[in-house]
Structure formats: C-alpha cells, structure tokens
Design a protein around this ligand. Structure first.
Ligand SMILES: Cc1ncc(COP(=O)(O)O)c(C=O)c1O
Length: 419
C-alpha cells in the first residue's frame, strides 16, 4: 500500500533492525501470504500455510480419488484425530495420548464442560469469566441447565476471592489465558492452582494461545482444555478443534456425545456403548478427513520451531506496535487496551477508537487486514511465524494517515461474520 507521509525515521530504523536480527524471519516462507497485504488477523483466521495445497492435492487425488475407501486403513485416515491431536498436544505441553482433534471448539467445549461436571458430581457451580467468548458462556449455561447446576460469572482477578467462600461447591472453573477482545494474558498457573486448591477442575480455552505461546498443560496440572485449529495453528476456515483431557481423568471420562467412533470396538457394531480406553473415547462420529489433513499439513509450519522464540518475537512485535501507537496514534485518539506489561500481554494489540469499524474497513481497503470487535475495539493480531516489525509500522502509519485525513466512513454497516 502507499501512504502519503514518510515513516518517522526512528521507528523505521528500529523495525528494520529488529527484522534483520529476527531468527524466525525465514519462517514467513512457510505461508502463502498475498504480496502487498499486511495480515494482522491471524488471531481470527490464520493464513494459508505453503504445505497445505500439495498435501490436499494428495489427499484428494491419490488418497480419495484413487485409493478410495481403502484410505481409511492405508492412508491413516482412521487414526488422524489422535495423530493430529498428539501433534497439537506437543504445542500445548501435553504428552501423547491426551489430545484429540475434531469437531468445533464449541462441541469440544460442551464435551469438556459436561465431562467436568460428571467428574465433580457433588458440586453445583460452574464458574466462568463474564468476559469469556460468547460460545463459552452459552455452553456453560447449556450444561448447567441440563444438569440442574448454577453458573457464576467471576472475572479472573476475582477468582481467588470467590473460591475462598464458594470453592467447595465449585465443580470447574473455565477461562481463556488470553482475552479475545483486549489481548490481556492471565496466569494459567495461578488460576489453575486456585481451582485445584478448592478441589475444582480447571478447563482452559486455548483458542488464542495454542501456537502463540509456550504452554505446559501437563506441568500445570490442567484438567481439560480446548482450542481451535484455525487461528494461530492456521489449519484453515472451520479447521477441526482439539480437546485435551489429562490422563488421570480418562478412566472416569464420561462424554456427553458417546458416538460410535468413541466405542472400544467401533466395527463390532455392538448393541451397547463401551467407551474406548484413553482419549479415543472422546471421538464422536466420522472425522472430517479433508479438514483434518489440511490441519495436519498446516501444523508442519511449526516443525523445528521453539515456542519460547515465538513468544519472544511476539512480545517484540506487540511491544513495537505499542511504541508505534504511543508515537503515532495516541495523539489521534487511539487508546491501547492491551496491557503494556509483557507478562500480561497475549499475541495481539487492541486499540480503542470510536470509529473502529470504519477504520478496520478502510485499513483493509489499503491492504492492512486487522479486525474489530464492537463497539470500539480494533484488534491487531501478530503471529511470530510470519509477521514482521515492518508490517506493524506499515499498519500504524496507514491508521495514522486514514485518521488524520478522515479517509474512512465513520459509521459503515456491520460486515459479515468474523470470529
Ligand atoms: C476464545 C474462543 N473460543 C471459541 C471460539 C469459537 O468457537 P468455534 O470454533 O466453535 O466457532 C472463538 C472464536 O473466535 C474464541 O475466540
């Protein structure tokens, strides 16, 4: 894109220096990003990894087109949910055999919440964040309604106080480590510990964390976790989600959707359901092989990647964008809502501005793709695998120019779906 004004030299030099020294810069070639686009919406839909088209070609033409139904056995289709689950498990700190890929985050959440309630049968409270993503809140209420439980909305900051009085009645606490609106990062360690000290289970929604941060669900003693495949994992639109359940709960794991593929012996076509051992019992129905294998190919973008380096670069990117904001955007009425403290920052920066929708639309027209959350939040997601500091300066300058020149519609109509 072209901007009317030259970049402030100091920020420009800093961006170039940081990008030149960036050990992860070569990973950008693992993605097929369109030229002339600055893509800052990978926290909503990751871009297309270069490994996906040839993998899908093979799945379509050889595995499906030629080998036909035999591919369930010969191409590893049947095991794909567990195999891809383990690959994701490696990214979230889960030892093999605890993570399964398939279905949507919402389905996995329902499974996880309902299963958590059965694991703590004498406790009537489900606790969740009032600011949690809507599907998490809706599904918590759905499980509560069906089981005669109650939902309490407690912000992460208030959880210890809440548990001090209600902990003994709490079955599960359900949070996300990264707030999807503000990008604020909460301590999974502290909140998981608080839940456990009260005898409750900890369920995490890792949609905005898997692939973006080093995670260690096993070491933290997380009980259950879910996440999507289409954000930082770049598995494609509607990519299968994942469910993690710690080994220690498997024997008592009673899932609400005991479909035939979770049976101990699915092809016996038995009259009654006997759950498969381990996480395989969380299988439901026939897996979506095309999406699952696209996700599997997408995950190769993480081959050899150290998530500590990803985190370090992500913080460098968001820190740099916050500096650009201070210098270029705060004077024009933008207010950062993402914490400046790196320990409290996920992999996005959110800016408040009353014309967020119009600005997001205008930015996209100028080749900078970010997104907004109503009514006034502009979100800029960074992914250390492909975002550069120069991308972020381009975005900040474009935003500055559009705002200064009032070159946007202050009240455009709401656009289509964004998640
Ligand atoms: C934290 C969180 N959970 C869940 C979802 C969406 O769930 P699903 O993948 O079922 O659409 C999103 C989507 O943005 C999200 O941000």
């Amino acid at each position: 894109m072209t901007t009317a004004l030259t970049p402030p030299a100091a920020l420009h030099n800093e961006a170039v220096q940081l990008d030149t020294a960036d050990p992860l810069a070569p990973l950008r070639t693992r993605f097929l990003l369109p030229p002339d686009v600055v893509y800052l919406d990978g926290n909503s839909l990751g871009p297309l990894p270069a490994a996906v088209p040839p993998a899908l070609e093979d799945v379509l033409h050889r595995q499906w087109g030629t080998a036909l139904i035999g591919s369930w056995n010969t191409a590893g289709w049947w095991e794909a949910p567990l195999r891809v689950g383990d690959t994701i498990g490696a990214l979230i700190g889960a030892a093999p055999g605890q993570t399964i890929a398939g279905d949507s985050t919402s389905v996995q959440l329902f499974t996880a919440l309902d299963a958590a309630a059965t694991l703590r049968p004498d406790r009537p409270l489900l606790v969740t964040d009032p600011g949690h993503f809507p599907t998490d809140r809706y599904l918590t209420h759905a499980v509560a309604r069906r089981r005669g439980l109650q939902v309490h909305h407690v912000s992460p900051a208030d959880l210890p106080r809440f548990l001090a009085t209600e902990g003994h009645r709490t079955a599960v606490v359900s949070y996300a480590p990264v707030d999807f609106r503000t990008g604020e990062l909460y301590s999974m360690r502290a909140l998981t510990r608080a839940a456990h000290a009260a005898g409750a289970l900890a369920l995490w929604d890792l949609c905005h964390a898997a692939g973006a941060l080093p995670l260690d669900v096993d070491a933290l003693g997380v009980d259950l976790a879910v996440g999507c495949g289409y954000k930082f994992l770049s598995g494609g639109p509607g990519a299968p989600a994942f469910l993690y359940v710690a080994h220690r709960h498997h024997d008592r794991l009673d899932t609400p959707l005991p479909g035939w593929t979770g049976h101990a012996d699915p092809f016996a076509l038995a009259r009654h359901y006997t759950p498969a051992p381990g996480i395989a019992r969380a299988r439901i129905g026939t897996p979506p092989i095309l999406s699952l294998l696209a996700l599997e190919a997408a995950l190769t973008a993480f081959d050899g990647v150290d998530l500590n380096q990803v985190r370090a670069k992500s913080l460098s990117l968001t820190g740099f964008f916050l500096r650009c904001t201070d210098e270029l955007l705060t004077p024009l009425g933008f207010t950062p809502v993402t914490p400046a403290d790196p320990a409290r920052r996920g992999s996005q920066v959110t800016l408040r501005h009353p014309h967020a929708r119009g600005l997001a639309t205008a930015l996209a027209e100028h080749g900078v793709i970010a997104d907004m959350r109503a009514p006034d939040l502009l979100r800029f997601g960074v992914n250390a695998l492909y975002t550069s500091h120069q991308d972020l300066l381009t975005a900040a300058l474009a935003l500055r120019d559009l705002t200064r020149n009032a070159a946007y519609d202050p009240a455009p109509p709401a656009t289509g779906p964004v998640t």
